[in-house]
Write a protein that binds this ligand. Structure first.
Ligand SMILES: [Zn+2]
Length: 245
């Protein structure tokens, strides 16, 4: 009987403790989220972007119109290493060799464009360990889906976090539908570039990749060139990818 009472008391006490924990559980989680979002904001600013370049989009900060930095991303430690640009956050070697792309049903009609984009990144040649493929199962690294991003934005990529490729590419499908095949696949190739850490060649933010120039008119990673930019990776885009991977 005594034991039962003790057990009961313990159970009641535990229940009380659990209740009080869960009652306050929201507070630290919210604070943690805010702290991480602040870290992501200062990381973006360290990369050279001013506050006016950065748009708060709820769960992510959007930079240069088409680059998502999720507020829960893992901000890389250390300093900027040293001319195509990157973010200081890239895929681990193992992940770079196996970038699994899942195509949402909403993008099934642009499968040929997606395959063309993947081929560009897979056929850089030379000393590079990067391989992308399409998967259909529930495990994947990048999801490509159709999203209405409004006029002027062809697509949106996501920067890598914690050694993994950015997990989302949004394509403004109806907006680019009237573009040529080459330009539609350019948009997808460009956004994939963001998801594997490459920033905009023609912007000042980011870290310069050794061996690449400050400007490269032929770069597929130039910003603001939806439906007008390069449709194949430039020589320096390839040098950038080889340097990263
Ligand atoms: Zn871009």
């Amino acid at each position: 009987m005594k034991k039962t009472l003790q057990t009961l008391a313990f159970t009641v006490l535990s229940a009380f403790l659990l209740a009080s924990c869960s009652k306050n559980a929201d507070v630290p989680v919210v604070q943690e989220k805010k702290d991480n979002a602040d870290k992501v904001m200062s990381y973006i600013q360290r990369l050279g972007f001013s506050q006016s370049d950065i748009v708060d989009n709820g769960d992510a900060y959007i930079v240069d119109g088409d680059i998502r930095f999720p507020k829960d991303m893992v901000v890389p430690d250390g300093k900027a290493s040293t001319e195509q640009q990157w973010t200081g956050s890239k895929l681990t070697a193992a992940n770079a060799l196996n970038v699994r792309i899942k195509v949402d049903d909403s993008m099934a009609s642009m499968m040929a464009e997606i395959n063309s984009a993947i081929d560009q990144w897979n056929n850089i040649g030379g000393d590079i360990a990067l391989h992308l493929s399409i998967v259909t199962g529930t495990s994947y690294d990048i999801l490509i889906k159709d999203t209405n991003l409004g006029a002027g934005i062809c697509g949106q990529g996501t920067f890598p976090s914690n050694g993994q490729a950015g997990n989302l590419i949004q394509i403004n499908k109806s907006y680019i539908a009237g573009n040529s095949f080459a330009q539609r696949q350019r948009t997808i190739t460009h956004e994939i570039g963001h998801n594997i850490s490459i920033m905009h060649t023609n912007q000042t933010g980011g870290m310069q990749i050794p061996g690449t120039p400050v400007t490269d008119a032929l770069s597929l990673m130039n910003a603001g060139q939806c439906n007008s930019g390069a449709t194949v990776l430039s020589n320096y885009d390839k040098i950038a990818a080889r340097w990263l991977y």
